[in-house]
Design a protein around this ligand. Structure first.
Ligand code: COA
Length: 159
């Protein structure tokens, strides 16, 4: 069984995120945006690593503002999906947000992404709104975003 460790992104490891992003998302990796975002107060990036093989499996980027937090991006490399990587990342991100003072965790997810919606529902996120035509996909199709929120408590870590 794969053993997953979640740790902070180290200095100079942004290209690891770029690689996972490139493998996970259809859209181009927003490198300048990500680099400047991670320099802002309250933002962080965590990596999931396969401790035996020593290879990166996924990443999560989050941000805290006062007592609210948000997930800006989460992705797992295709070969390691459905093995609990994103669950481990989301749990670690929730713990980080709690430690930084957050009471709620928000995210946006495309209506055309039922896998991610299923993941978030399993992690006790609840839909709180919908933004029509929010994303534009590679084929130029417009897709609505579902807004989801999880109330953070120290005890709601889901396995
Ligand atoms: C969505 C994503 C992050 C899930 O990562 P993952 O590491 O496979 O997720 P987990 O293994 O922790 O999944 C936990 C549970 O979430 C649900 N889930 C995850 N992916 C699913 C899918 N494709 N279809 C249905 N349910 C899914 C299942 O309940 C799963 O448990 P199970 O495997 O025991 O059935 C991954 O598919 C991904 O990187 N997709 C591309 C990028 C993306 O869409 N990011 C989210 C943008 S908002």
């Amino acid at each position: 069984m794969m053993s997953i460790l979640v740790r902070d992104l180290a200095l100079g490891e942004l290209e690891v995120v770029a690689e996972i992003y490139g493998a996970s998302f259809d859209e181009p990796y927003p490198e300048p945006v990500t680099a400047s975002l991670l320099r802002t107060p309250g933002a962080w990036c965590q990596l999931a690593i396969d401790t035996e093989a020593g290879i990166p499996l996924g990443f999560v980027i989050g941000r805290v503002i006062l007592d609210e937090s948000e997930i800006l991006s989460v992705g797992t490399v295709p070969a390691s999906r459905r093995k609990g990587v994103a669950t481990a990342l989301m749990n670690a991100a929730s713990e980080r947000a709690i430690s930084l003072g957050a009471k709620t965790l928000h995210l946006e997810v495309g209506e055309d992404n039922p896998g991610a919606v299923a993941l978030y529902k399993r992690l006790e996120f609840r839909a709180t709104g919908r933004r029509p035509n929010y994303y534009r996909r590679a084929n130029r199709r417009r897709v609505a975003a579902i807004l989801m929120t999880r109330h953070l408590t120290t005890s709601n870590k889901i396995q």
